[in-house]
Ligand binder design. Structure first.
Ligand SMILES: Cc1cc2nc3c(=O)[nH]c(=O)nc-3n(C[C@H](O)[C@H](O)[C@H](O)COP(=O)(O)OP(=O)(O)OC[C@H]3O[C@@H](n4cnc5c(N)ncnc54)[C@H](O)[C@@H]3O)c2cc1C
Length: 471
């Protein structure tokens, strides 16, 4: 067979560029095909947070002794051991070195931006200077300085599969041949049909949108191409879902601490300050997959526009969806319900009225005593729900932070079919995978980290195998 390249990388985001650089450095000729008009993918638009332990940045900050075993235990435990141990172990051991590799390639990480980004208390969230753009720029420069060929506006349509192996790709009527094809096309958050099929928990008609909206090709192409040649799709219904009031397409980084959140049964079911990596899933588990933020008039006036109450983490963040003018606008539109009594409010939104009154009474007592005795919420101030009119804002977990259904790989990034057999010539890494993340988001940085760590591995393995084919 006449090969055009040793390795074809489909998708030029974080995983794809990392794969190409590693494949090149291992001696393979390589091309990156990118559908968009620029490289970088969602990685370039991301917050640029990378989850890793045992790094030089941690040590510089005085965080000593954070071992790969600690990272492994945390991720596995959070996911009730329902993650792939081989992949998690690899990640735990290679995420730190991947940060050092990015630094060597020009990315800047600093102790000032090292935060606890999961639901653990060890700072492992490494934010890159310039956010995702900083990581993408480092990878672009590294690829460019090596002379790695990249083609933009080149959407790959299909994999060429002959005599039991993948031998190339088709893009816009052109066929390109290589003994190794690495699929790194990212997630499928912008493809509503695929969300309905592979991530139904995230689908709320008229509500759902993905943070990947600036990346037009986050459509799950790699999954579709893989499925067509018999690749297995796993991880259905996993990903990161974030809560939203649905008023605007803006991220609401956390719920306002000054509301109480109740379910259809009229009960609080979580601390209103539950971390973003947890609360979406909890909301999704409630009856009718929704809940309501309840508050009263005096709280709306006092708390909603005061950053002391809006921004419990002191991150300098406001939540425009929850500020007084927005709420009043949404009342006028009929989207926020308002009533003179709690029981009327409950009827208006379909909540159990008796239970809501009981919940509010108990919460008000806690406010008077200064302690939330149900969830021990650590808000700057607890606001009782006492003075009519009363308000109810419907909340759903409908913002897709990332999608985690997708292709299945073995521990060397070979894509597997329905019999768990490797499909020769086909590799995958990044958000296109369905076997990396479990049912709970490990914390900020696990997606970018996974893309870089497994992208690098895919490039190394593919290049090595191509060389062995040549011998
Ligand atoms: C706004 C935002 C903030 C985020 N913040 C964080 C964060 O701080 N930390 C974190 O861990 N995660 C974060 N995420 C998630 C994270 O960025 C992604 O999961 C991760 O970067 C995916 O990397 P990837 O290389 O797999 O895919 P991408 O970087 O998305 O790259 C995929 C590329 O493939 C291209 N492509 C798609 N189909 C085709 C095709 N058919 N042919 C050719 N090319 C194709 C796309 O155009 C894209 O360029 C964030 C995501 C967004 C959108």
């Amino acid at each position: 067979m006449q090969w055009d390249y040793d390795v074809i990388v489909v998708g030029g985001g974080g995983a794809g560029l990392s794969a190409a650089i590693e494949a090149h450095d291992a001696g393979a000729s390589c091309i990156v095909l990118e559908a968009d008009k620029h490289l970088g993918g969602a990685t370039g638009y991301s917050g640029g947070v990378f989850y890793a332990g045992n790094t030089s940045i941690q040590r510089e900050k005085g965080v000593e002794g954070d071992t790969p075993r600690d990272v492994y235990d945390y991720l596995m435990t959070l996911n009730q051991w329902k993650m792939r141990p081989d992949l998690v172990w690899y990640y735990a051991n290679h995420a730190g070195p991947a940060i050092e590799w990015l630094i060597d390639n020009g990315a800047e990480f600093s102790t000032d931006f090292l935060v606890c980004s999961g639901v653990d208390n060890v700072p492992r969230g490494h934010a890159c200077k310039g956010a995702g753009e900083g990581i993408a720029a480092a990878l672009l420069n590294a690829a460019g300085s090596r002379g790695i060929e990249t083609v933009l506006n080149c959407r790959v349509d299909s994999l060429i599969y002959r005599q039991g192996r993948v031998v190339g790709v088709r893009a816009q009527d052109t066929e390109i041949f290589a003994p190794a094809v690495i699929v790194t096309t990212g997630g499928f958050g912008n493809n509503s049909e695929m969300v309905k099929r592979l991530y139904p928990a995230a689908w709320h008609d008229g509500w759902t949108w993905a943070v990947h909206r600036d990346n037009p090709f986050i459509l799950g192409d790699g999954i579709t191409m893989g499925e067509k040649i018999g690749a297995k799709v796993v991880g259905q219904n996993t990903g990161l879902i974030l809560p939203t009031s649905g008023f605007m397409r803006a991220l609401e980084p956390f719920l306002p601490p000054w509301i109480i959140v109740v379910n259809k049964e009229g009960e609080r079911f979580m601390s209103e300050l539950s971390p973003y990596s947890v609360c979406g899933y909890l909301i999704e588990e409630q009856t009718e997959r929704r809940c309501w933020g309840i508050f009263d008039e005096s709280t709306l006036m006092e708390a909603s526009s005061d950053t002391r109450y809006l921004d419990p983490y002191g991150a300098g963040t406001n939540i425009p969806s929850w500020e007084e003018p927005t709420i009043r606008e949404q009342v006028a539109k009929g989207k926020v319900k308002v009533a003179e009594s709690l029981s009327e409010l409950a009827v208006a939104v379909g909540i159990d009225a008796v239970a809501l009154e009981q919940t509010v009474a108990a919460y008000n007592n806690d406010c008077d005593a200064g302690e939330d005795t149900l969830f021990f919420k650590q808000a700057p101030k607890l606001f009782p729900v006492r003075q009519a009119p009363f308000y109810a804002v419907e909340i759903r977990a409908a913002i897709i932070g990332n999608t985690c259904a997708g292709l299945d790989i073995d521990k060397f990034t070979h894509v597997r079919d329905h019999h768990n057999t490797v499909i020769p010539g086909l590799y995958a890494a990044g958000e296109v995978l369905g076997c990396w993340q479990g049912s709970r988001y490990g914390g900020g940085g696990i997606a970018v980290g996974g893309a870089i760590v497994f992208g690098r591995l895919a490039g190394q393995v593919a290049a090595g195998e191509v060389q062995r084919l040549r011998l």
